[in-house]
Design a protein around this ligand. Structure first.
Ligand code: FAD
Length: 514
């Protein structure tokens, strides 16, 4: 583990990798597309990096497709070669090289130009959206143009539609609407066979469900039909604090299971200290608010819990109606009463809230530094033990970033999609969103990666029922374990839709064959 970063840095050294031009086996000479092919080192260098900042590989070329037909031409051309692979790259916000293709072709989905347009059908309440469109652009177009909005989001919106649908796409709305994969009704996909196909629940349904949460293994999403609902004008955003994990989870579960609830429910763990990043100051929503620790019980442990909720409302709603609803919903909860923080903001500002964090992190130089993030789903059965062993012990000093945890509901996920989940109706997202210094030493990153491994090993040793979200494994054997009894289905889908394993090689699930 200690040498993980060094190894990938070494792999990236110019002299250890042949210049991309020199390994072009000629297949690309016949590639006839409307878009462009770029072999330049600047472009290929960028496409060989991601948000995680720990992996770097050089692709042979970066393709900027003019549309779905170009995507199909590229895949068909790659099939003529015995070795070429093709990776769709959304916004490259993966952590572990999932959107990379070592010596392969990277398709820059964001550059699909007009094909990434967002067409809103007001009467049928859906938007047809290009696979390379950013969710932030979907939000702006739907809300500003039509007063409509998708139902289920991610916390951060500079992610592409195709990128999140290949995983799941979860945030505080997923308890009600399911992950983003549950809120699309039709896809246009170019399969690993190079076929451009429209699929849905009723048409080519096996392809439709394979691709949703399919880690890019079966096809490249060139268009998605996203369900819309009327957008609210405003949001009341509230954070309340708990010292006891069982009270925090009881209340979070009450809210996600009850028919009358907030419109958004998330939560996070923070350190019981005045540390500006990890501790009390990370909770207040406004610079005018402050966290008064004298309200904490004297026997409080090393970490505390924050339940984060939001209620949508319209400008025409009377303030007293909004207040009454908030009071009613909060009235059932057992948080530490004075430790409540709330602000009102527009719906767009609420959904774009992480963009402001990004700006601050960019200003501090930590946005572009490595991010050894760990995301997982832990069953309700094991989340209390996970809290004791992981949050209260291994992570008691924090991770220099958010430690999210909140419940999700299995029946809102379609079990025909390719995502695998822990057992039981309720499971928790655990997201360890680590930040390093602006110019970290390798040892700093290695320690974070090692702590992630320690957490995973602890979960295995304790027999916890968990699955990685945004999974990352390096061997087929580990992938087989990840998929468990769904492995057979996943392999069968691969043999049907991408039998030569051309697609998404950066996931390291299958090896290119001919
Ligand atoms: P990429 O990283 O470019 O690609 C991811 C994978 O999908 C690759 O295997 C790629 O080949 C494949 N792929 C890309 N486009 C397509 C396509 N059109 N068709 C088929 N396959 C494709 N996730 C959540 O669920 N909830 C969150 O709140 C959340 N917040 C995040 C915040 C930040 C700051 C970051 C960095 C990530 C966050 N994520 C979150 C994770 C994010 O959803 C995934 O990393 C997602 O894959 C990133 O989208 P992308 O467009 O950058 O995809």
């Amino acid at each position: 583990l200690a040498c993980l970063v060094e190894r990938f840095v070494a792999e990236n050294e110019a002299d250890s990798i042949p210049e991309p031009e020199k390994i072009d086996d000629g297949v690309l000479k016949d590639l006839d597309i409307e878009g462009s092919v770029d072999y330049g080192l600047t472009v290929t260098g960028l496409a060989g990096k991601d948000f995680g900042g720990m992996y770097a590989v050089k692709p042979l070329a970066v393709i900027r497709p003019a549309g779905a037909d170009d995507v199909a031409r590229v895949i068909r051309q790659a099939l003529h070669s015995p070795t070429l692979t093709v990776a769709a790259r959304g916004n490259g916000h993966s952590i572990n090289g999932q959107a990379m293709a070592h010596h392969g072709l990277v398709i820059d989905m964001k550059s699909m130009g007009d094909n990434n347009r967002i067409d809103v059908n007001v009467s049928a309440m859906y938007a047809d959206v290009g696979g390379g469109a950013l969710w932030a652009d979907v939000l702006k177009r739907c809300v500003l143009g039509y007063g409509l909005a998708p139902t289920s989001w991610t916390d951060y919106l500079d992610l592409t539609v195709g990128g999140t649908l290949s995983n799941a796409g979860v945030s505080g709305q997923a308890f009600r609407y399911g992950p983003q994969t549950s809120t699309v009704t039709e896809l246009e996909v170019v399969t690993g066979n190079g076929e451009r196909t429209v699929c849905s629940n009723s048409q080519n349904s096996e392809l439709f469900f394979s691709v949703l949460g399919g880690l890019g293994q079966f096809g490249i999403i060139t268009r998605a039909r996203v369900l819309l609902q009327p957008a609210p004008d405003m949001v009341r955003w509230i954070r309340v604090v708990y010292s006891e994990f069982d009270e925090f989870t009881r209340d979070a579960e009450l809210l996600v299971m009850s028919p009358e609830s907030f419109d958004y429910v998330e939560g996070f763990v923070f350190v019981n200290s005045d540390d500006p990043v990890n501790g009390w100051p990370s909770v207040p929503l406004d610079s005018n608010h402050s966290f008064d620790p004298t309200h904490l019980p004297t026997n409080t442990g090393p970490v505390l819990y924050c339940l984060e909720v939001a209620l949508h409302y319209h400008n025409h709603d009377h303030p007293s109606t909004v207040n009454m609803m908030v009071e009613k919903l909060l009235g059932q909860l057992r948080f530490i009463e004075p430790l409540m923080f709330e602000i009102d903001l527009t719906y767009m500002d609420f959904l774009l809230r992480v963009k402001r964090v990004e700006q601050m992190a960019r200003d501090n130089g930590i946005w572009d530094a490595p991010h050894p993030w760990l995301n997982m789903f832990v069953s309700k059965r094991d989340i209390a033990a996970f809290n004791r062993i992981v949050f209260q012990n291994i992570l008691k000093d924090g991770i220099n970033g958010p430690m999210l945890t909140y419940p999700l509901i299995r029946s809102k996920w379609n079990n025909r999609s390719s995502v695998v989940l822990p057992k039981g109706e309720i499971f928790y997202l655990v997201a360890l969103l680590r930040f390093s210094h602006a110019h970290p030493k390798e040892s700093e990153i290695n320690e974070m990666v090692a702590q992630n491994q320690e957490i995973l090993q602890t979960c295995i040793n304790n027999g916890f029922d968990f699955k990685l979200y945004l999974p990352h494994y390096k061997s087929t054997e580990e992938w087989k374990k990840h998929f468990g009894d769904q492995w057979g289905r996943f392999v069968e889908r691969k043999s049907q839709f991408d039998p030569k394993a051309v697609l998404a090689p950066g996931q390291k699930i299958f090896t290119r064959n001919h």
